[in-house]
Design a protein around this ligand. Structure first.
Ligand code: TNX
Length: 526
C-alpha cells in the first residue's frame, strides 16, 4: 500500500518536472510565445488551443471534401491567391492536405459549428453539416495571411498556426438586411454582399423588397407592381426589379454560402408603389403618383377592402413558392396612416395568409402592439430604447425576437457627423457602439431564450453603389456578426478591436471599401 502511494507520488513528481522541463525548454525560445492562435478571427471562436506547430500550404497540397460546394468554394479562393493547382477530390477516402469531413465532429458543434485541427502536415475541418464545414473554411481563411483573399496570385508563405479550434454559434439567427426598395441593387450587387456576409458566418439575408419608392419583385398575378411600381427609386432614378428567375438566382447563390433569404413585403404602410400600380387597391379607387422622396408613414393598404386580402394572398403565394426558407417578413412598421383597430385586424389577417402558404411570419416589432401574434411569428426589434413593453409581453408568451436596436445595429446610421452617407435619427454609430451591447440581455423582458438572434439592417435612402454598401457595413457588420455568433464570455472591446484590425488587409485584398475607423489600429497593408 505504502510503496504504491510512494510510486504514485514519484510518478506525479516526474510528470510535474517533465511539464516544467518542457515549459522551460520552449520558454527559452520563441516557440512558447508562438503557441497561441493569432487574435485574428471574427467572430472569435468558442475555443482555440494552439499546440506550437505550424502548417504551411505549399504547391503540392491537395484538397478533399465530403461536400462539393464547400470544397469548390475553398479551392476557388485558394487557387486564385496562391496560384497552386490544389486538386480537389469530393468524397475521397484518404484525406488531402486540407480535408473537409462530414464525420467525426463533436456533437455539441451542432448543425453550423465545426472542429478545425491544423498540424505540420495538414488541416482537417470536421462538421456535422455542410454549413459547419463552410464556417470552418471561413475560419481557416482568416488564419491564413490576408492576401489569401486576393483575386490575383500573391506570394506566401501561407502559414496557419497549429492546434485545435472548436466553434459553434450562440444564436441561430444572424442576419443582415438590404433595402433594395429605396435604391435598387442588381443581382450581381446582392451576390457581392452575400459573399461579404458569408465571411462573417451570417446566415440570413433579409431583402426589403417593397416600399413607398419601389416594388422590386415580379408578381405574375399583379404585373404592374414591378413594371410600374418598380420603375423609380429615391431621387427619381430608373429603379428596377427582380424577375422571378433573378430572385431564384439570389436565393440559390445565398444557399451556396449557407444564407437563407427572408423576403419582406412591407405592409400595410410603406405601400405607395403598390397603391400607385393598382387604383382598385386604394380606398378611394384613385392611384397616387409614384413617390421618390424619403418621408415615411403616409401610405396604407385599404384594410376594409376585400381585394386587399386577395392581393396579399397572391403576392405571398408567389413569393412563398419561390422561397425555400421558413420566413416571410410582412414589415408592419410605421403604419401611422392606419388606425390602431385597422392595424390589429390587418396583422391578424396577414399572419393567417402567410400561415396558409406554409410559412412563418417575421415583422418589425410594431406587430407586437396587436394582441394576437401566432406562436410561430417572430418580431424584429428596431427601437432606440431598452424597453418595449408590448414586445416584452409577447416574449413572455413565447414570441421570439431578432434584435436590431437602431442605435447599435442600423448600418445606415452615420459613424460620425462627417460621414458622407447615412442618417442620424437613431444616433451616430461608431464601430465600438455597434459592438458594445449584449443582444441576449439588452431589452427589458426580452432576454435569454426569447432572443432568436441579431440583424444589421441597411436602409438605402442615401446608399446607391456597392462601394456605399461596403462603406456602411464594414467594419460594423462584422461587429454585429460577432455578437450573433460568439459566446458573451468572449466579449472584449480591446480584443475585438485588434481582431477587427486584422481584417483590414483582407478587405484591402478584396477591394472592400471599408470605413477606416480611428477607433481601430489598422495594420500595415490595410
Ligand atoms: C425607419 S426602421 C424605417 C425605414 C427607414 C429607416 C431609415 C424601420 C422598421 N423603418 O423605413 O428606411 O428608418 O433609417
Amino acid at each position: 500500500m505504502r510503496t504504491q502511494r510512494l510510486r504514485q507520488f514519484l510518478l506525479a513528481l516526474l510528470a510535474v518536472l517533465g511539464l516544467l522541463g518542457a515549459g522551460l525548454a520552449t520558454g527559452a525560445g520563441p516557440a512558447a510565445a508562438a503557441a497561441a492562435f493569432p487574435n485574428s478571427v471574427v467572430p472569435v471562436p468558442v475555443s482555440e488551443t494552439a499546440d506550437g506547430s505550424t502548417f504551411t500550404l505549399t504547391s503540392g497540397a491537395t484538397l478533399t471534401s465530403d461536400d462539393a460546394n464547400t470544397g469548390g468554394y475553398l479551392a476557388g479562393v485558394l487557387r486564385a491567391s496562391t496560384g497552386y493547382a490544389l486538386p480537389l477530390t469530393v468524397g475521397a477516402t484518404t484525406p488531402g492536405t486540407i480535408a473537409l469531413s462530414l464525420s467525426g465532429a463533436p456533437a455539441n458543434v451542432g448543425a453550423e459549428g465545426y472542429q478545425l485541427t491544423a498540424s505540420a502536415t495538414g488541416v482537417v475541418i470536421r462538421a456535422n453539416q455542410a454549413a459547419g464545414l463552410f464556417h470552418g473554411v471561413q475560419t481557416l481563411l482568416q488564419l491564413l495571411p490576408g492576401a489569401v483573399m486576393s483575386p490575383t496570385v500573391q506570394s506566401g508563405p501561407w502559414t496557419v498556426t497549429g492546434g485545435t479550434i472548436v466553434d459553434y454559434p450562440r444564436f441561430g439567427y444572424r442576419g443582415a438586411m438590404l433595402d433594395v426598395a429605396r435604391h435598387f441593387f442588381t443581382v450581381a450587387q446582392v451576390e457581392r454582399y452575400i459573399d461579404e456576409l458569408a465571411l462573417y458566418k451570417v446566415n440570413y439575408l433579409h431583402l426589403h423588397l417593397s416600399d413607398d419608392q419601389g416594388w422590386r419583385i415580379a408578381i405574375n398575378s399583379w404585373p404592374n407592381l414591378a413594371t410600374y411600381g418598380g420603375s423609380t427609386e429615391v431621387g427619381g432614378g430608373a429603379g428596377g426589379y427582380y424577375t422571378q428567375a433573378d430572385y431564384s438566382a439570389i436565393v440559390a447563390y445565398a444557399a451556396s454560402r449557407y444564407l437563407t433569404v427572408v423576403p419582406e413585403i412591407d405592409m400595410p404602410g410603406h405601400t405607395n408603389a403598390a397603391l400607385a400600380s393598382y387604383a382598385p387597391l386604394n380606398c378611394n379607387g384613385v392611384a397616387p403618383a409614384l413617390y421618390t422622396g424619403t418621408n415615411v408613414g403616409f401610405s396604407s393598404l385599404c384594410v376594409p377592402l376585400p381585394l386587399t386580402y386577395t392581393f396579399i394572398d397572391q403576392v405571398v403565394g408567389e413569393l412563398s413558392a419561390l422561397t425555400p426558407g421558413p420566413w416571410i417578413h410582412i414589415g408592419g412598421d410605421e403604419a401611422s396612416s392606419t388606425t390602431a383597430t385597422d392595424y390589429d385586424t390587418f396583422i391578424g389577417k396577414a399572419q393567417q395568409i402567410v400561415a396558409n402558404h406554409g410559412k412563418a411570419v417575421m415583422g418589425w416589432h410594431d406587430i407586437a402592439n396587436t394582441g394576437a401574434l401566432l406562436p410561430s411569428t417572430q418580431a424584429q426589434f428596431w427601437g432606440t430604447t431598452t424597453t418595449a413593453p408590448n414586445l416584452a409581453t409577447a416574449a413572455a408568451s413565447g414570441t421570439k425576437v431578432v434584435m436590431s436596436p437602431a442605435n447599435h445595429a442600423y448600418l445606415d446610421m452615420k459613424y460620425t457627423r462627417k460621414t458622407r452617407l447615412g442618417q442620424t435619427w437613431a444616433g451616430l454609430i461608431e464601430v465600438n457602439t455597434a459592438y458594445g451591447w449584449d443582444p441576449g440581455n439588452y431589452l427589458t423582458g426580452v432576454t435569454g431564450s426569447s432572443v432568436a438572434g441579431v440583424e444589421g439592417p441597411l436602409w438605402t435612402e442615401t446608399i446607391v453603389t456597392s462601394a456605399d454598401i461596403d462603406y456602411m457595413a464594414f467594419p460594423r457588420l462584422p461587429a454585429l456578426a460577432e455578437l450573433g455568433w460568439s459566446p458573451w464570455s468572449t466579449h472584449s472591446q480591446t480584443a475585438f478591436d485588434s481582431r477587427l484590425g486584422a481584417q483590414g488587409p483582407r478587405w484591402k485584398a478584396m477591394g472592400v471599401n471599408y470605413y477606416k475607423s480611428p477607433q481601430i489600429t489598422w495594420p500595415t497593408g490595410s
